[in-house]
Design a protein around this ligand. Structure first.
Ligand SMILES: NC(=O)c1ccc[n+]([C@@H]2O[C@H](COP(=O)([O-])OP(=O)(O)OC[C@H]3O[C@@H](n4cnc5c(N)ncnc54)[C@H](OP(=O)(O)O)[C@@H]3O)[C@@H](O)[C@H]2O)c1
Length: 332
């Protein structure tokens, strides 16, 4: 069916969204050639994110159909387009990639849920030999979603696992909330204090712990969307300094506010030059080094949904129903 050359005559399988709100369909697509600065990747694993089922169901940020969804992928570089930098991974290299599906607004050449995908060379990180494609696929979105938090609300979520590790590596003392069954795991990857977010009065417990530790907390990362609680804590712990909250879920007019605390929705930059510069640093340098030294590890635990691309529709439905401390991944 396909040849590794990525010639325009070859085809590959894709899970496509045929129209707004439609279930995924398995189709054959012509394999595109990588353009300037781009790589063609043979996809071996795709990890799913909540925004994938949201885009499938609502058409959010999709400007064309059929669309191919999916941000987090791991695989092998098949070929490179013109003017790819000398430092870009060569054909044959095992990599993980944050695809540009979001920035290309559904253009089917750029979504992860297919056997061949085009990505900007700056969007890939080489994988250490001992890391599987399944593990690699869990990394890109959680790393690229800018973290500045010290209080990480929702540490067991995929975004939270990244926020805890990065905050720790940046030198913060990390407080995080999660179900108690995840507390030991979160301490293992860098949290110094863990709290059960389902417990009545958890905000007061966090405030008391910060006082006990003599710690001012003026920065937080809301990984899951419990902003009011985050603000309630920061109001008491920010020590007169302006508080800053990064929110992974999008904000609306109805999102809570608090005097003296700014809240920002964090998303990788939409401006292409800015994004390529940032991703070159995050994936080409920072993450590459941290994976080699094992200071950054993949997480939360991987749950493989069977069926490869055929399993994508079911996997998105499972994710929509909610997961706990799991990253759903497809093996292609
Ligand atoms: N801005 C961006 O670029 C970006 C990128 C990706 C995702 N997101 C958004 O970030 C959010 C998280 O995505 P994800 O993939 O990390 O989700 P996920 O892994 O599917 O989240 C599931 C986890 O959330 C935890 N959780 C749920 N409600 C909670 C609460 N009230 N307090 C504390 N923990 C809670 C659960 O923890 P327990 O198991 O401990 O109960 C569960 O483990 C979503 O809104 C997503 O759309 C934003």
């Amino acid at each position: 069916m396909t040849t590794p050359s990525g010639s325009s005559k070859s085809e590959h399988l894709a899970a496509t969204v045929p129209g707004e709100g439609s279930p995924l369909e398995i189709t054959r697509r012509t394999t595109p050639k990588p353009g300037p600065g781009e790589l063609l990747i043979e996809v071996k694993a795709v990890a799913l994110n909540p925004v994938d089922h949201f885009q499938r169901d609502t058409g959010l940020y999709l400007s064309e159909y059929p669309a191919v969804l999916g941000f987090d992928a791991a695989g092998i570089v098949l070929s490179a387009g013109p003017s790819v930098g000398a430092n870009a991974p060569k054909p044959g290299t095992r990599i993980a990639t944050f695809t540009s599906a979001w920035f290309e607004q559904g253009n089917p050449d750029y979504g992860a849920l297919q056997k061949r995908v085009i990505v900007p060379a700056e969007h890939v990180v080489p994988l250490p030999d001992n890391m599987s494609f399944l593990e690699g696929a869990t990394l890109p979105v959680q790393v690229a979603t800018d973290k500045k938090g010290m209080l990480v609300w929702g540490g067991a979520s995929s975004i939270g696992v990244g926020a805890v590790q990065i905050s720790k590596l940046l030198g913060f003392t990390v407080y995080t909330t999660a179900s108690p069954k995840h507390h030991d795991y979160l301490k293992g990857i860098g949290a110094s204090r863990t709290f059960d977010y389902k417990e009545e009065g958890v905000e007061a417990k966090i405030i008391a712990a910060a006082k006990e530790d003599g710690l001012a907390i003026d920065i937080a990362y809301d990984a899951v969307g419990q902003l009011q609680s985050v603000l309630d804590v920061l109001k008491e712990t920010r020590g007169g300094v302006e508080g800053r909250v990064a929110s992974a879920p999008a904000l609306t007019d109805k999102s809570p506010k608090a005097a003296g605390i700014s809240v920002k929705f964090v998303l990788p930059p939409v401006d292409k030059t800015e994004r390529l510069e940032l991703f070159q640093f995050i994936f080409g340098k920072w993450l590459k080094e941290k994976l080699e030294t094992k200071e950054y590890v993949p997480g939360p635990s991987i749950r493989i949904i069977a069926g490869g691309l055929e399993g994508a529709q079911e996997a998105l439905d499972i994710l929509k129903g909610g997961v706990s401390g799991q990253k759903l991944v497809l093996e292609l």
